[in-house]
Design a protein around this ligand. Structure first.
Ligand code: ADP
Ligand code: ZN
Ligand code: ZN
Length: 828
């Protein structure tokens, strides 16, 4: 970019600031004169807000008070400080986060904060340096007061210092006062380091060869050790870390110091890029030859890349069909076109094996953004992307906001995965933001999955996305066989509750005897319970919404948390009159113990978020399993995703019904995905794999089609249900959660909001359901109520929510209790 002269820059008196608070509006501040020319959009600013000082983001600048400013001229407050001289946020990120905030009726400031690597938003650092004027005052003035004199001395010695260091050396309050005075008279300047917070670039001591040093200091020739050190340095392009160079010879450190004295080399500082890959050994690249299906898919994507316009693909490829290979080659093609590429992966899929593979293929061109990185690593990777040193970014959900410029390709692997949905404010879906980002920048987007989300497949059917398919596994490997185990039968035979059926137990033993491995999925620990009949397998459902009714202990009733319908728990099954009604959703914890005691000779490890909270532990366990040091992995559904273990031939799903019975209209889809993905983990090598599913309800269509690995069959059935009951993709859904520790207060706010929404729904373009207790009616000490809105018109619905919430607020509804979620994924 051409350098712009400061004097040419326009002067801005006002700035619009987006604050990371759950509020949708931005705030107008006045800029102090010193900042008017230096600030640009995307810079962070410190502003007073109530009694606090907050870090916000400059999103618009103007020379005059904007006409639409919601505030009187005389009430406008001033920006305290501009933190970044070079704006941290790119224009693209500002645009994308603005779109996402509007789309999700969320706060722009929160969206902006979510787009930055964590740690960067913490407190800022003030750097004090002495000016020429300060130096001359120090020299000439004899009657300086003690503290100003001491501070100026200190600064003259070291050039500049952090204010907090100075504060530690003296009385902090006095230092603050003196610094203000000195700054005002121009003896010092105060700067704010743009790298705020705890994360900063990391530097280490380095040695650099000085130019023209060859014949230096003719008096004495270099000794042999000195020459050796010098040679090593030359071989490493003239600059090395001090420790590394010192290790290259026995008396290294002292030899280097001598060379410094003799003026041959100098000591410098070198930035150490904290590299998330560095501890892992690199894999050798195996160049595979694409099969003809893969070639066809790849050329579809590549010709879109060459066209250089927005285009969206759904890549529907069965598990093991070689999608990864296509992603890698498509990214290479994007780079060859001079563009950058972004790849999103689900939380769990960023396995060390996969990252190593990418590093082997793309070297330092690839940066990785992942929640398991340290704050420092993440910050360095983010800056490598921001500066264009890395042109490929791979990461989980929030990597969709990676500051890539000139974006050519966006890949979303396992696009159906729930981890793309942020489950707290600001709510957004990384997959949908990815599509929008591609649309905004004219990039190609590829959504890949073996089990596309119903909405995505629907878009491929109606032509919004171009459909690409890989229908067979690579190398003609067969799909794993899936077998349903009828637990009603097992219950009848045993006459009591059995958690692991004899047939599954036998399969586990056989697998182990053959020296092969197994994966056992326990379902998500029950947090909401529902009623299921052990004789016929039916669960009790709402007659309006056709979702499972949730059992609430406090009133011993079954309630629909979409519409509020509620009934008493029946004594007998309404379908078959059996008395074996069964409360599901509790007690999966003991299963691990049962497995361990039942199979004592099998080496078992458990993988889930709770047991794997320590950094690196998950990858250690997965690596050990890959090397065959563990025989069986037990875990939740996260284990079903993305892994490529060649010796796994058995996957068991202990209680699939917990998932099927979740009070969510997506429960069938989720269950279908879980089984298909789990089947994809079995038999990926040369060996045939099998999947065993324990269920009380083997007749359910999700289980039937999953057993047959028939996506189209499932889709045809499921889309009918969505249409009949008016669920997405036929309507847009919004959920509004009202939460508070005081139950009646929460309820009152919910009722106020409901009436305001109803009153604002003049053209009846939306259906408003509830107020109903949420499926998790009480969580973390808060009572939770839910209002559900359905509409065929997304814009109308957003308007209704914006108008309705404002109106409710005017009638006394407390906005801090209200959480709006557009396109919610989990209705809990
Ligand atoms: P998916 O992501 O579709 O489940 P993967 O990309 O993991 O499938 O591929 C499955 C396996 O097949 C991997 O071990 C991969 O290395 C291998 N593979 C992919 N493409 C080819 C090919 N053209 N020839 C041989 N092996 C391949
Ligand atoms: Zn029954
Ligand atoms: Zn209902």
């Amino acid at each position: 970019m051409p350098a712009v002269q400061r004097s040419e820059l326009p002067e801005h008196q006002f700035v619009e600031v987006a604050l990371p608070l759950p509020m949708r509006q931005t705030f107008t501040y006045e800029l102090p004169p010193g900042y008017r020319k230096m600030i640009s959009c995307g810079a962070r600013v410190l502003v007073p807000f109530g009694s606090r000082t907050l870090t916000g983001y400059a999103v618009a600048l103007s020379p005059d008070l904007p006409a639409e400013a919601s505030i009187e001229r005389e009430n406008i407050k001033r920006v305290t400080e501009v933190i970044d001289e070079t704006p941290l946020l790119t224009a693209e990120i500002l645009e994308l986060t603005k779109w996402a905030a509007d789309y999700y009726s969320a706060s722009w400031g929160e969206m902006l904060k979510a787009s930055l690597p964590s740690g960067i938003n913490s407190a800022t650092e003030r750097i004090i340096s002495i000016t020429e004027k300060g130096r001359s005052i120090l020299l000439r003035t004899t009657n300086l007061k003690p503290l100003p004199a001491r501070l100026l001395h200190r600064l003259a010695e070291s050039g500049n210092m952090r204010q907090d260091e100075l504060e530690k050396e003296h009385d902090a309050a006095a230092v603050k006062r003196v610094i203000r005075t000195l700054a005002r008279e121009g003896s010092i300047v105060v700067a704010h380091r743009s790298v705020a917070g705890k994360v900063k670039p990391k530097f280490r001591k380095a040695v650099r060869l000085l130019a023209n040093s060859s014949g230096i200091d003719g008096e004495r020739p270099l000794t042999i050790p000195q020459q050796a050190v010098l040679n090593t340095l030359t071989e490493n392009s003239g600059e090395m870390l001090f420790t590394e160079l010192a290790e290259s010879s026995s008396s290294g450190a002292s030899v280097i110091n001598t060379l410094v004295r003799r003026g041959v080399v100098e000591i410098t500082k070198k930035e150490i890029v904290r590299d998330p890959f560095s501890s892992e050994s690199l894999l050798a690249i195996v160049e595979l030859e694409l099969n003809s299906d893969q070639q066809k898919v790849l050329s579809g994507v590549v010709s879109a890349l060459d066209a250089g316009e927005y285009k969206a693909f759904l890549l529907h490829g069965v598990t093991g069909s070689g999608k990864t290979e296509i992603y890698i080659r498509a990214m290479r093609a994007a780079l060859d076109n001079g563009k950058t590429a972004l790849m999103l992966v689900p939380e769990i899929a960023l396995t060390p094996i996969f990252s190593q593979r990418l590093r082997a293929v793309f070297g330092s061109e690839v940066a990785i953004l992942h929640s398991n990185l340290s704050a420092g690593e993440r910050f360095d990777e983010w800056r490598r992307i921001r500066d264009g040193r890395a042109r490929i970014a791979i990461g989980t959900r929030s990597a969709v906001f990676a500051p890539l410029s000139n974006l050519g390709l966006v890949i979303v692997d396992e696009e159906h995965d729930a981890s793309y949905r942020q489950q707290e404010s600001p709510f957004y879906n990384g997959r949908d933001v990815a599509v929008m980002s591609a649309n905004q920048t004219g990039a190609v987007v590829v959504l890949g999955s073996a089990t596309p989300a119903l909405e995505t497949y629907f878009n491929a059917q109606n032509g919004k996305y171009t459909y690409l398919s890989l229908a067979a596994r690579v190398g003609g490997r067969p799909m794993a066989e899936a077998q349903l185990i009828d637990m009603r039968e097992v219950f009848r035979t045993a006459g009591k509750d059995v958690s692991i059926s004899p047939i599954l137990a036998d399969a586990i033993r056989e697998t182990h005897t053959r020296g092969e491995q197994s994966i056992i999925l326990l379902n998500r620990r029950g947090f909401s319970s529902f009623v299921l009949c052990r004789s016929c397998g039916e669960s009790l459902r709402c007659r309006n919404c056709d979702i499972t009714l949730t059992y609430h202990k406090f009133d011993r009733r079954l309630t629909c948390h979409y519409c509020g319908y509620s009934v008493e728990v029946p004594k007998l099954c309404p379908f078959c009159e059996s008395e074996y009604l069964y409360f599901i959703g509790e007690g999966t914890e003991q299963l691990e113990q049962k497995l361990r005691s039942g199979f004592e000779d099998i080496r078992i490890a458990r993988v889930d978020r709770d047991s794997m909270s320590r950094r690196g532990e998950m990858s250690r366990t997965l690596n050990a399993f890959d090397r065959g040091e563990i025989d069986m992995l037990i875990g939740t559904q996260m284990l079903a995703k993305g892994h490529d273990f060649h010796n796994v031939t058995l996957v068991g799903i202990i209680s699939v019904d917990t998932g099927l019975g979740l009070p969510d209209f997506r429960s069938a889809e989720r269950t279908f995905q879980l089984i298909t993905q789990a089947a994809g983990r079995a038999g990926r090598g040369e060996l045939q794999g099998r999947v065993m599913i324990q269920t009380y309800y083997p007749d359910h269509y999700a289980l039937k089609f999953a057993g047959l690995q028939d996506y189209d069959g499932f889709y045809a059935e499921e889309i009918k249900f969505r249409n009949r009951m008016a669920y997405p993709p036929f309507v847009v859904l919004a959920s509004i959660m009202i939460k508070h520790a005081d139950e009646s207060y929460a309820r009152r706010n919910a009722d106020t909001l409901k009436s305001a929404l109803t009153a604002s729904n003049i053209d009846n373009s939306c259906r408003i359901l509830g107020v109903a207790p949420a499926s998790l009616a009480k969580l973390k000490g808060e009572y939770r109520f839910q209002i559900l809105i359905k509409s065929t018109n997304r814009h109308r619905m957003r308007d209704l929510i914006n108008i309705g919430t404002a109106r409710a607020e005017a009638s006394g509804c407390d906005p801090r209790t209200v959480f709006v979620e557009i396109d919610p994924l989990n209705l809990m």
